[in-house]
Write a protein that binds this ligand. Structure first.
Ligand SMILES: C[S@@+](CC[C@H](N)C(=O)[O-])C[C@H]1O[C@@H](n2cnc3c(N)ncnc32)[C@H](O)[C@@H]1O
Length: 513
C-alpha cells in the first residue's frame, strides 16, 4: 500500500536540520531550520509529524541523538513507565498476518496526511505551498517575527523539550517505525516483515530499497553487447536434451566440468578437476555439472530446484541461461533470475544490530535472495572505504571473481573490477550478519559468460535451516589455505578491526582478519 499522498510536505533539499521538539495539545511538533547562506537569518518553522514524511530519515536521526543525549544526561528519564510498558508485542515469525498487519499504518499514531498544514509558527520568513510541498521564504518585512537562528534552540525551548522527556518523541518514533514498515511493504515478492523485541529501535531510513544494481559513475554494462544465449538448446526438451545436456549448452561452456561417468578413478577425476581449475584444461566440449537439482521436501511434499551439492561445497561460478537463449523461459537453468521466493524477516539481535531470518524452513541448497547495491568502480570503493569507519567494509563486495583469471577470456585486473556497495541502497539481505560458522554462502551467478565485470551475488542455504533461525554468512569466506594470506594483507594495512560476536565455537574473533 503506498503512502497516502501528503498534501503538504517539507521540501527535503531545503531543510538544514531539526533543532528541537515540543508537545502542543498532545501533538508532537518539530522545529525545522531551513537552509540559508547566513545561519543567523535562517527561516525556522514548527511542524507536525504529517509534514515530515519526506524527511523521516532526518527525524529519525534527531530522535536517535535526542535519546542518546537523554540516556547520557538524564538516565532517570528513560526509566519512565512509558518505556517499560512497551506496546511492541512479540509477533510470531510464523504469523504472517500479524506482521502484515503491523506493516499497514497504525491510524492512532500515523498522522492524517490529508489534513492541510494549519497555521504554523515561522520565524524570519513565511512558508508557501506549491504542488503539495512546503517551501520557506526568507522575508525582511517588519511584520515577520525575527529571531537570531544561531541561538536556537533557546534555553526555553530546551527546557520544554526536557520537561517532556521521553514522551515528547514517542509519536515521532512510531512515525519512523511506520515509514520503515512501509518501505518493507514496497519490496516486491513474498513479504519482508519486521520484529524488534529487544528495544524500540528502527533500522535506518537513510536507505533505499532497490530491485537491481544501480550503476554509479564510471560503471557501464558495455560487455552485454557481446552477450550470447545458447543456440543449440530447444525449449522443453527435458532432461539430458535441453540445457541439461550440458555438453551442448553454450551458456555452460565455462561451468565446472563433470568428470563422472567416464571410467576415471576418483583420483584421476580430481587430477582432471585440478588441471581445469589451474586453467590447464580447456572446458570446451566437456560435460558440465548442471548447477541445480530437484529437491523433494517430504515434510511439505514440495519439489523445488536447489543448488547442486558440488557447487554448494565449492565457490565455483554458476552460469545461468539468459533472455537470448533458445531454451526459453521454462529452462531449468534459471533460478536466481526468477527472484526471491521465500518470505524474510528483519529482526533485532541482542548484540549485532539487526539481522535477517526466514519464517519458513529452508532446505540445504535453497536460493534465498541476491545481494544488490550501487555498482561503483574499484577506485570509488577505495575512496569510500578510507573516508568511512571500519563498518564500511561490511557493505562492499568486490566483483573480482574473474580477476587475474588467466584461464578464461576477458580476464581483468582487480582495479578494473566493480564493487557492489549496499550501505545506502540495496535489498533486505543487507541485514545478513556475519558468522564464522555460517548457514548461507554468497555465490557468483553469471548470465553472460563473456561479461567478467557484472554478475549477480546470490545467497544459498548451506544447510537445512529451521524457520526463524538467523541467516548468516562468512564475510571473508576464505577457501582452505587462504586464511594466513588474507590475515597478513589486511592486518598489514592496519585498517579494519571489528570484534566478531557470532558466538560460534570456531569464532575467529574479528570480522575482518
Ligand atoms: C551488513 S551489516 C549487517 C546488518 C547490521 N547488523 C545492521 O543492523 O544493519 C554489517 C554490520 O553488522 C554488524 N555485524 C555483523 N555481523 C557481526 C558479528 N558477527 N559480530 C559483530 N558485529 C556484526 C557489524 O556492525 C557490521 O559492520
Amino acid at each position: 500500500m503506498p503512502w497516502p499522498v501528503a498534501r503538504h510536505m517539507v521540501q527535503k533539499e531545503l531543510v538544514h536540520e531539526i533543532c528541537i521538539h515540543r508537545v502542543v495539545d498532545g501533538d508532537e511538533q518539530y522545529l525545522i531550520r531551513w537552509r540559508h547562506d547566513d545561519p543567523s537569518q535562517a527561516v525556522l518553522s514548527w511542524h507536525r509529524l504529517e509534514d515530515l514524511i519526506s524527511i523521516a530519515d532526518v527525524l529519525q536521526l534527531y530522535i536517535t541523538e535526542y535519546i542518546a543525549r537523554l540516556k547520557r544526561d538524564h538516565p532517570e528519564a528513560l526509566k519512565a513507565p512509558s518505556l517499560r510498558t512497551s506496546s511492541l508485542k512479540r509477533k510470531s515469525p510464523h504469523d504472517e498476518g500479524a506482521s502484515r498487519r503491523a506493516s499497514s499504518l497504525d491510524t492512532t499514531t500515523t498522522p492524517d496526511f490529508h489534513r492541510a498544514t494549519q497555521k504554523l509558527e515561522v520565524y524570519n520568513g513565511v512558508l508557501f505551498r506549491k504542488s503539495g510541498d512546503i517551501y520557506p521564504h526568507y522575508l525582511t518585512s517588519a511584520k515577520v517575527e525575527r529571531i537570531d537562528a544561531t541561538t536556537v534552540p533557546t534555553p526555553a525551548m530546551l527546557a520544554a523539550a526536557k520537561a517532556e522527556v521521553y514522551e515528547g518523541v514517542k509519536k515521532g518514533r512510531k512515525f519512523v517505525r511506520a515509514v520503515f514498515l512501509q518501505q518493507l511493504a514496497g519490496i516486491p515478492g513474498p513479504p519482508v516483515t519486521f520484529v524488534n523485541e529487544v528495544n524500540k529501535e528502527t533500522p535506518s531510513l537513510s536507505f533505499t530499497y532497490i530491485q537491481d544494481y544501480v550503476y554509479g559513475e564510471g560503471v557501464s554494462r558495455e560487455a552485454d553487447a557481446v552477450e550470447m544465449g545458447c543456440s543449440k538448446c530447444r525449449p522443453d526438451m527435458g532432461s539430458n536434451r535441453g540445457c541439461e545436456y550440458t555438453k551442448r549448452c553454450e551458456c555452460l561452456e565455462y561451468a565446472t566440468p563433470d568428470f563422472r561417468g567416464q571410467g576415471l578413478s576418483d583420483e584421476e577425476q580430481r587430477a582432471q578437476y585440478e588441471a581445469w581449475e589451474a586453467g590447464d584444461l580447456d572446458p570446451k566440449g566437456l560435460s558440465k555439472r548442471f548447477p541445480y537439482r530437484i529437491d523433494h521436501d517430504p515434510r511439505i511434499n514440495i519439489k523445488q530446484y536447489v543448488l547442486d551439492s558440488f557447487y554448494l561445497e565449492s565457490r565455483n561460478v554458476l552460469y545461468e541461461c539468459n533472455s537470448r537463449c533458445r531454451c526459453g523461459p521454462n529452462c531449468k537453468n534459471r533460478l536466481v533470475q526468477r527472484g526471491r521466493k521465500i518470505p524474510l524477516e528483519v529482526f533485532r539481535t541482542s548484540k549485532r544490530g539487526f539481522g535477517l531470518r526466514c519464517p519458513e524452513n529452508l532446505r540445504r541448497g535453497q536460493y534465498i535472495d541476491r545481494y544488490i547495491g550501487e555498482l561503483i568502480t574499484d577506485a570509488e570503493a577505495d575512496a569510500r572505504e578510507s573516508s568511512s569507519g571500519p563498518e564500511k567494509a561490511s557493505y562492499l563486495f568486490w566483483l573480482d571473481k574473474f580477476a587475474n583469471d588467466d584461464g578464461l577470456p576477458g580476464s581483468l585486473k582487480t582495479s578494473d573490477c566493480y564493487v557492489a556497495d549496499g550501505q545506502k541502497m540495496g535489498g533486505p539481505t543487507r541485514f545478513i550478519n556475519h558468522s564464522c560458522n555460517p548457514n548461507c554462502r554468497l555465490f557468483t551467478v553469471s548470465y553472460n559468460k563473456y561479461n567478467r565485470t557484472i554478475y549477480d551475488l546470490a545467497f544459498f542455504a548451506l544447510t537445512d535451516i529451521p524457520a526463524g533461525t538467523e541467516l548468516t554468512f562468512d564475510y571473508m569466506d576464505l577457501e582452505e589455505g587462504e586464511a594466513g594470506q588474507a590475515t597478513k594483507e589486511v592486518v598489514d594495512e592496519d585498517s579494519v578491526v571489528v570484534d566478531c560476536l557470532c558466538g560460534a565455537k570456531n569464532c575467529r574473533k574479528k570480522l575482518w582478519m
